[in-house]
Design a protein around this ligand. Structure first.
Ligand code: ZN
Length: 225
């Protein structure tokens, strides 16, 4: 099931409803261990879209995997130049997936585009490149996810744990799969601070938390380039 632009109803399986998929992009980083401690405390599984940006923390991919979270590729470098061509994108992707394999024992088929598949910054690098990458990666058996709930923790609420909390709890819905965008790179202290309250809200309001896997409804934006 592929769901574009957060269209709400998923008639396929009621078991897919009332589910929150917490996703963390851009790490591992300085706050990842603390975040993992919280997830462990509440027995919540999440999904990490990993990078190689903060080398000292990259081995935490092993802990993420060992504790039952899903590991997916975000990008090796998180530089917009990955959008220079399909080839540069796939090289960056494969380099990161090799690191994933090094720490988890296997490659992943899941990924998230830097900036999401709807990003328009890539236009300045190569016209149509996201569409071309999406086609090529799909052909190769890879599956990308965007999100339908944005915590805005990489936007104006980066330092505001209260806003991050409300951005999540006011936008999750019982009637769909909720894929929540959050971050665990260098500057996301406020995300860690909001996490326990988000989990408690979810558990108190009938939600279950799951890691993304092959049965998860695929939440995507519209590609804009
Ligand atoms: Zn990112």
């Amino acid at each position: 099931v592929i769901v574009y632009d957060g269209i709400i109803n998923n008639p396929i399986s009621p078991n897919r409803d009332k589910v929150v998929y917490l996703t963390f992009d851009d790490g591992p980083g300085r706050y990842t261990e603390e975040l993992l401690d919280i997830l462990k405390k509440y027995n919540v599984k999440a999904t990490f879209f990993v990078t190689n940006q903060f080398k000292a923390y990259v081995p935490l991919i092993k802990r993420e995997h060992d504790e039952g979270h899903s590991i997916a590729v975000h990008t090796l470098t998180h530089k917009w130049s990955v959008y220079d061509s399909v080839e540069t994108y796939i090289k960056d992707f494969n380099d990161m997936n090799n690191i994933v394999e090094q720490y988890t024992g296997s490659k992943t088929n899941l990924f998230r585009f830097p900036g999401g598949s709807s990003n328009t910054i890539s236009r300045g690098h190569s016209k149509g490149v996201v569409s071309a990458i999406a086609n090529e990666m799909t052909k190769r058996g890879y599956v990308y996810f965007d999100w339908n709930v944005d915590s805005n923790d990489a936007g104006s609420d980066i330092n505001n744990s209260s806003n991050i909390y409300y951005n999540v709890i006011n936008n999750v819905s019982h009637s769909r799969a909720n894929v929540v965008l959050m971050h665990d790179s260098a500057n996301h202290r406020a995300t860690v601070n909001a996490l326990s309250d988000i989990i408690r809200y979810g558990k108190n309001n009938g939600y279950t938390f799951k890691a993304i896997d092959d049965s998860t409804p695929i939440i995507r934006h519209r590609v804009n380039n």
